[in-house]
Structures are given as structure tokens and as C-alpha cells.
Design a protein around this ligand. Structure first.
Ligand code: PEP
Ligand code: MG
Length: 553
């Protein structure tokens, strides 16, 4: 058995398919080169890649097919072939010529800006695939064994995760990755069980059967029939129980806890597909993550208006751009920083680029006017009451009525009462609040224990914020990943939180857990967790005291 960190709930059994990393240039470079033969070898490799992409395009649905088809065309771009041939004539072997020519081509596209600049990133994939053909190495990228599989990788880039199809990827096991990395968040949003930071995952070979438990972090290699049966039974029980979990969030005694959705990429079906009371976190930066230039006010307006319309009369909470650190945006780049998580990110970018936020707020306000939607706006990475007041001023000036901020920095949690005097609501981002409270980089895979959202110190800060909300009768939500853990959700409610926002697959289990505990029971569980010596003790104490049906899920 291998163990890692459970990062996305659920169990699955299936054969491994390994995702190969992009091949690197060999250390030794051949001396003499037969230019004609090398050029022919490079051309054949590009042609092979174009054929492969076209085959996949033919098998894919229409949107993916268009993207793959466009990539096949890029592999056949005569300019790329000419650039490679030129490098080979200068004495480079095909692999090195490919690398230099692609890099040069990317620089050219980037300097052209706009649409062309966005195509630069696509060339990485062409380079990696062509390099694999030239070196006779395994093809990088998502495997396609022709049957459902457990995906095993060193780590997944957000772009890889975005292409995952939950119908064929039964579970994900990665060697690296932190529990609050954006890759883990995306896996959760797709509802695929995942174990990350799994020691020994690199030894798993294609076709090996494994049983993956995304809650305990266990990966059993060649499971026996009994374990396969137990995993299937648990999955079935879970499915049945959760099917009956519908409607607004309520504790057993009827106390309302709004159950909201975290939304990233524009997903026009999200509103209809999920039983939720609105959006608790629209990560607007995800709409623009791969953009080299700032989206125009018109584009922003259209994108927001589409989403607002889809949610009808359910409130949508829009977070203004949270660029920087682990979410770099080319058009909001603040240059090299030795410690980007402590640098100019989130709301702080307003200091350097005030117009960026003004344009975004204006586009949101315009979309509100056009749709009549109920929209709340909030700023990320607020550290002081003065920053909260500044943001509230800007948002209200733009015509937005309901204004809040995120509590992601310990300083903001400690002064939550003074911050709440400036705004209408707050939403706690437990992912960043963990990293700043425990001084552990959320991108690291070496410190999962410190980043555990059950850390009592983190819960104390939630308590500080929750009680401030209760005293001032203002709404306090949680939109970090902690809200998606059914047992921890009970604790958060007991600490004074009145809305929970999470990725869609987590909603039914949290709703189910709430309905089986009174508000007082949640308060008792919260007291147990806060008084615990550490995260493991907190989790065990709450599991033992919670309703057994919920603990067994
Ligand atoms: C958080 O920090 O908890 C949060 C919700 O924001 P993000 O994960 O996008 O940084
Ligand atoms: Mg955050």
C-alpha cells in the first residue's frame, strides 16, 4: 500500500495509466550532422505528431476537436519547418534545432501580442510531442489507453487537469502537489477522487490494478477481491445516500446555512446542473488565466452577464481579480519578487494598477444593470480595515450595492470586527489563511500537515471572524476548500459561519451532514476541534462525536 494525502473525496478501483513528463534534451549532443537526413527526420516527426493530433480530433467532441485540429495545423506550419531546417543547416541536430526554433517562434508570437501571443503556449505541446518522437521516448500528455483508468503522474499542470474527462479518469494519483494547489481544486471540481503527494507513485506501472481512497489517501496496489468489493459497496452507499440530499442547506433544527458553488472557468451548464443556492466564489482570474493582455471591458461584461443570467435569482459572489503568486496573470505581472506569496498580489495590485480594478468593477456593474441579477463583490487578500474601506469605496462608487472582502490574512481575521464595520459581508479563504497562519507555502508538497485545515490555530481565526459576524449581525462565509469537508463544515458552522461555498461534487455530502446535526451540536463539535492538540486529534474527536451515518460516508 502507498500513502499520500487524500485531496478529492471518493473511492475507485482500476488499472494505472501513467502520464509521461515532457522529454528533456539529451545531455550529450552528437558532433557531426547530416543536414539532409536530419531535416527529413524532423519533418517526419512533425508529420507524425500532426497525424496523431488529427486522429484524436476526429474522436473528440466538437469543442476539443476544434482545438486539436488547430494544433495539428500548427505542427504542419511551413514556417516552423523552415525555421527548424535553418537551424539544422547551421549544424544543429534535429532535437536541438526543434528546441531553438520553437523558442524563437514563441518569442515572435508573444511580441505580436493578442491572439497570436496566446498561441505561443500551444507550441510547448507540439515541441514536447515532436521531441518524444525524435527521442523515441513515451508520448507526453494525458494517456489514452482506450479504457477507463487511474491516472498516475508526477504532477498535473492546470491545463492537463482541465482536459480530464471524469468518464474515463477513475481517479488521480500524483507524486507531488499540495492539498490546496489549484490542481487539487480542479480535481475536486470534476468530482474525481485524488491522492496527491503519494510516496512511491513513480513505481506504479501501466496496467497495474489499484484501489484509490481519496479520503484516507491510501492507494492499494493489486487489491484483493474483498477490498475491491468493499470499495464498490462504499461507493454505492455514498451514491444512494447523496442522491436523496437535496434542497437548501439547513441544520437539523432548521438553521439556514447557504450552500454555494465555487466557479472558475466559464461553465454555462453549472447553474442548471447543481442544486445550490448561488455562487459563493467566482474566481474571475480563472477566466483570464492564459491571457497575455487584459480582456476588454466588453469581453468582461459579456462573460459576467452570461453567468449572472444563468443563475437567475440566485446570488452570485464575484471575487475581483486575484492575480499574482500562484496565479500569475501576464497582464498584471508585478515583476520578479523573492517571495511572491507575500508580495504584490490580489487587492494589492491596485496600488500599481488602479485602473485594472476600476475597469473590472465597471464591467461587473454593467452586467448587473443588464441582467438585474443579485450580485455581491468581494476583494481578495485584504490585510487591514483601511484596505477594506478602500475597496468598499471603489465598489460602491461603481454602483455595486453589496460589498465584501475575503479573510485570507491572519491580520484581517484578528480585526474582523473592524473590517465588518466597513463592508456588508466577509468570506474566509481557508486555503490562503492556512498558508499565512502556519507560514507554509500552499504550493509545497513537503508540508501537508501544516496546511491541514483542521489546524486548531486556523480554527481559532475562523472563530474570531465568526463571532465578529454574530456580534455585528453580518454574514460570514467560507469559500476555501475547508468548506467541502462534511465534518469540518459542521465545525465551521459551529464557529459562526453561515454560508459554505465549494466545488459542486462536494455539495450533497455537506448538505447531508448539516441536516443531521443541530446548531448546538455543531457548536459542541467546534469546541472539541478548537480545544484539540492538533489537526489529527481534532478530526478524530469530531468524527467520534458526530452522527455515525455522517462519519461513515
Ligand atoms: C482561499 O484562499 O481559500 C481561496 C478561496 O482563494 P484561492 O484558493 O483562489 O486563493
Ligand atoms: Mg486565496
Amino acid at each position: 500500500m502507498l500513502t499520500g494525502t487524500g485531496a478529492s473525496t471518493g473511492t475507485a478501483v482500476g488499472p494505472v495509466a501513467v502520464m509521461s513528463p515532457p522529454p528533456a534534451l539529451p545531455e550529450r549532443r552528437p558532433q557531426a550532422v547530416d543536414a539532409a537526413a536530419e531535416t527529413a527526420r524532423a519533418a517526419a516527426a512533425l508529420e507524425r505528431v500532426a497525424d496523431l493530433l488529427q486522429e484524436r480530433a476526429a474522436a473528440a467532441d466538437s469543442e476539443a476537436s476544434a482545438i486539436l485540429g488547430a494544433q495539428a495545423l500548427m505542427a504542419r506550419d511551413p514556417q516552423l519547418a523552415a525555421n527548424i531546417a535553418k537551424e539544422i543547416e547551421g549544424g544543429e541536430p534535429a532535437e536541438w534545432a526543434l528546441d531553438t526554433a520553437v523558442t524563437g517562434y514563441q518569442e515572435l508570437l508573444r511580441s505580436a501580442g493578442g491572439y497570436l501571443a496566446e498561441r505561443a503556449a500551444d507550441l510547448d505541446d507540439i515541441r514536447n510531442r515532436t521531441m518524444a518522437v525524435l527521442l523515441d521516448a513515451p508520448m507526453p500528455g494525458l494517456p489514452d489507453p482506450g479504457h477507463p483508468f487511474v491516472l498516475v503522474a508526477d504532477d498535473l499542470a492546470p491545463a492537463d487537469t482541465a482536459q480530464l474527462d471524469p468518464a474515463t479518469v477513475l481517479a488521480i494519483v500524483t507524486r507531488r502537489g499540495g492539498p490546496t494547489s489549484h490542481t487539487a481544486i480542479l480535481a475536486r471540481s470534476l468530482g474525481i477522487p485524488a491522492v496527491i503527494a503519494c510516496v512511491g507513485a513513480e513505481r506504479l506501472a501501466d496496467g497495474t490494478p489499484v484501489a484509490v481512497d481519496g479520503d484516507t489517501g491510501e492507494v492499494v496496489v493489486r487489491p484483493d477481491a474483498e477490498r475491491v468489493e468493499a470499495a464498490a459497496q462504499r461507493a454505492e452507499l455514498r451514491r444512494k445516500v447523496l442522491e436523496t440530499s437535496v434542497g437548501p442547506g439547513r441544520t437539523e433544527d432548521g438553521h439556514s446555512v447557504k450552500l454555494l458553488l465555487n466557479v472558475g472557468a466559464e461553465d454555462p451548464d453549472a447553474a442548471g446542473a447543481h442544486d445550490c443556492e448561488g455562487v459563493g466564489l467566482l474566481r474571475t482570474e480563472f477566466l483570464f488565466l492564459d491571457r497575455e493582455t487584459e480582456p476588454t471591458p466588453e469581453e468582461q461584461y459579456e462573460s459576467y452577464a452570461r453567468l449572472f443570467r444563468a443563475f437567475g435569482d440566485r446570488a452570485v459572489t464575484v471575487r475581483t481579480l486575484d492575480a499574482g503568486s500562484d496565479k500569475p496573470l501576464a497582464f498584471a505581472d508585478q515583476g520578479e519578487e523573492p517571495n511572491p506569496a507575500l508580495g504584490v498580489r490580489g487587492f494589492r495590485i491596485t496600488r500599481a494598477m488602479p485602473r485594472l480594478l476600476e475597469r473590472q468593477l465597471a464591467a461587473i456593474a454593467r452586467a448587473v444593470d443588464a441582467t438585474g441579477a443579485r450580485v455581491r463583490v468581494m476583494a481578495p487578500m485584504i490585510a487591514t480595515p483601511a484596505e477594506a474601506a478602500e475597496f468598499a469605496g471603489l465598489a460602491r462608487e461603481a454602483g455595486l450595492a453589496e460589498v465584501g472582502v475575503m479573510i485570507e490574512v491572519p491580520a484581517a481575521a484578528l480585526l474582523a470586527d473592524r473590517i465588518l464595520e466597513q463592508v456588508d459581508f466577509v468570506s474566509i479563504g481557508t486555503n490562503d489563511l492556512s498558508q499565512y497562519t502556519l507560514a507554509a507555502d500552499r504550493m509545497l508538497d513537503t508540508l501537508p500537515g501544516l496546511l491541514d485545515p483542521w489546524q486548531p490555530a486556523l480554527l481559532r481565526l475562523v472563530q474570531e471572524t465568526g463571532s465578529a459576524g454574530e456580534r455585528l449581525s453580518k454574514a460570514v462565509g467560507v469559500c476555501g476548500e475547508a468548506a467541502a469537508d462534511p465534518l469540518l463544515a459542521l465545525v465551521l458552522v459551529g464557529l459562526g459561519v453561515n454560508s459554505l461555498s465549494m466545488s459542486a461534487p462536494a455539495l450533497p455530502a455537506v448538505r447531508y451532514a448539516l441536516a443531521r446535526h443541530s446548531l448546538q451540536a455543531c457548536r459542541d463539535l467546534a469546541a472539541l476541534a478548537v480545544a484539540s492538540a492538533g489537526p489529527e486529534e481534532a478530526r478524530a474527536a469530531v468524527r467520534a462525536a458526530a452522527s455515525p451515518e455522517v462519519a461513515a460516508l
